[in-house]
Design a protein around this ligand. Sequence first.
Ligand SMILES: NC(=O)c1ccc[n+]([C@@H]2O[C@H](COP(=O)([O-])OP(=O)(O)OC[C@H]3O[C@@H](n4cnc5c(N)ncnc54)[C@H](OP(=O)(O)O)[C@@H]3O)[C@@H](O)[C@H]2O)c1
Length: 350
Amino acid sequence: MSRIPVAVLAATGAVGQRFVQLLENHPWFEIVAVTGSPRTIGKKYSESESWLLSTDIPESVRDLEVLPSTPEKVNTPLVFSALPASEAKEIEPIFAEAGTAVCTNAGAFRRDPHTPILLPEVNPEHIALIHAQRTAHNREGFIVTNPNCTSTGMTIALKALQNAFGVKRVFAASMQAISGAGYPGVPSLDILGNVIPYIGGEEEKVTWEPRKMLGKVENGKLEMADIGFSFHANRVPVIDGHTLVMTVELADSPVNFDLVADALSGYQSPAVSRTLPSAPQPPIRVRTESDRPQPRLDIADGMTTVVGRIRPDDLFDLRMVVVSHNTIRGAAGGSIYNAELLVEQGFVSR
Ligand SMILES: NC(=O)c1ccc[n+]([C@@H]2O[C@H](COP(=O)([O-])OP(=O)(O)OC[C@H]3O[C@@H](n4cnc5c(N)ncnc54)[C@H](OP(=O)(O)O)[C@@H]3O)[C@@H](O)[C@H]2O)c1
């Protein structure tokens, strides 16, 4: 089978580079175009920015010219977007108008009622919102987003609990990696040996997005999940991998607490997304050691959400720690998984 030609918009940044790395040997997609800001347009990709990853720049991408982010220049049926939200707001609808499928990391359209925030192991059925989006905007192309990188691991773990017991309220605090702020991101003098108890806009996103993803889509309409959230965002001097400490109140407390760990470790993605090339195997890994999960030790396979320290709580029902790779599962890998679902469901032609 020939691979589907794709472009990466903002291929030079932290998430753009992850796309370039993860798509190198992808069985379905082949990068034929990369875009950048006016700062890098016209340069060779390999000369456009510091390469941040431990693998080399793929040979097939090294010499591509960095293009402007327009459908005419890019000319592919599917684009992966790592644009900053302000740029995405202007540029992504232009691609959708031109008939392109846009899989984006940017937050610009996550609150749009016709735009799915997709996690294939959680809510693949929300893909149906694309029909409503096409009708609302009278266009063939469409935008599909993935969640904020901190909402990602949280929502995957909550989905397993929601299915088994129902979820009423969540209290959480994050310890978020520096790469979540992009490149060059947070100045080293601010973050080394330090904790910054503020990430602009993060608390609003992480208390809203899981409710959309854990909600229902019926007849093209979305009903948000009725779950209460309280969340504190913190930036810590970790390079990759966001850690969340979470306290959860369930709708039905389990009679036997072991059932909580069983619900998490036994969680299976819906059949439609279980065997796609980027499907995490397993979707959730439960660590039983008393000092795990840790970002340095537990993000190696990139797409799996790692949960540990599952224990009863005196105020709510349970406490747990969730670790997730922010630029892989929380960004580029998540978008690629979404695009695989779009192909599988016939929204993008092979
Ligand atoms: N980092 C994460 O963990 C993470 C996770 C989830 C979602 N996100 C989201 O993903 C997006 C990218 O984040 P990032 O961390 O990769 O940021 P970043 O490292 O700051 O990169 C942003 C890139 O955008 C490019 N750019 C700016 N304007 C452009 C335009 N008009 N056309 C094409 N490229 C343009 C810049 O390109 P030049 O190099 O050419 O100037 C820069 O490389 C953001 O929306 C962010 O919120 C990030």
